[in-house]
Design a protein around this ligand. Structure first.
Ligand SMILES: *Cc1c(COP(=O)(O)O)cnc(C)c1O
Length: 229
């Protein structure tokens, strides 16, 4: 595992890159870093937490729960960013602070009913299948407003915004267009729901572009921890 100094240097570099892009887009301080720790050991999360990172993203419920329990002595914020199967929704509602992958009505009811009464409402983002890819989960853009209405009516859930993973494409203009469509949808959503303040878009390869188009939360794994096996 990299040394503490190297974690500190890498984190500082990524935060600087985010802040530069945010400042260029006229929004200094407005973009938050989510460190994507999927496949990384709990000790790598601990090392990044020791140099100041607090929010971590996991793709699989079981893996995230195991790390949260191993690191229960730290005050961290856990985000589920991977596809959520209905039969895992109870565990997700009990252990995560945020779910980025809410994409169907069935999950609204399951998460809402399972969120423990002694915890604050679960923060949720609607995952949008912005490029209409058959292979990808996510709500169709045309269905977002209806799903949002259902979330807003669920007392144990708090609607915070949208998340998407645009189709990988060699032409950056293609991805820029996807980010723009998401931002437009986010603006409509925020006009209807005052709790909406988060637009989760941008990863290691395209976070500067995503921030230029209005992202408020970037999900970064590779640039922080190195390549995954
Ligand atoms: C893995 C993953 C990321 C991080 O991707 P990197 O390219 O490693 O930064 C972000 N978002 C989601 C949903 C992911 O699955």
């Amino acid at each position: 595992m990299p040394s503490m100094e190297s974690f500190a240097r890498t984190l500082h570099g990524v935060l600087q890159g985010i802040e530069n892009a945010a400042t260029l887009s006229g929004r200094p301080g407005a973009v938050k870093l989510l460190a994507v720790s999927k496949t990384r050991p709990a000790e790598a999360v601990r090392a990044l937490a020791a140099v100041g990172q607090r929010a971590f993203g996991e793709n699989y419920v079981q893996e995230g729960v195991a790390k949260r329990q191993a690191l229960a002595d730290l005050d961290l914020e856990w985000h589920l960013i991977g596809h959520l199967q209905s039969n895992k929704s109870r565990e997700a509602a009990e252990h995560f602070d945020w779910v980025h992958s809410l994409d169907r009505p069935k999950l609204v009811d399951a998460l809402g009913q399972a969120r423990p009464a002694d915890r604050p409402p679960l923060n949720v983002l609607i995952q949008v299948n912005v490029d209409g890819e058959a292979s990808k989960s996510g709500c169709a853009p045309a269905d977002v407003m209806a799903l949002a209405g259902r979330i807003a009516a669920a007392p144990r859930l708090r609607l915070r915004g949208l998340m998407a993973i645009p189709e990988p494409h060699p032409d950056p203009a293609h991805r820029r267009d996807a980010f723009r469509r998401l931002k437009a949808l986010q603006d409509r959503l925020a006009a209807a729901h005052p709790s909406v303040d988060t637009l989760s878009m941008g990863m290691s390869d395209d976070y500067a572009l995503a921030i230029a188009e209005g992202s408020t939360l970037v999900r970064i794994g590779t640039a922080l921890f190195g390549r995954r096996d």
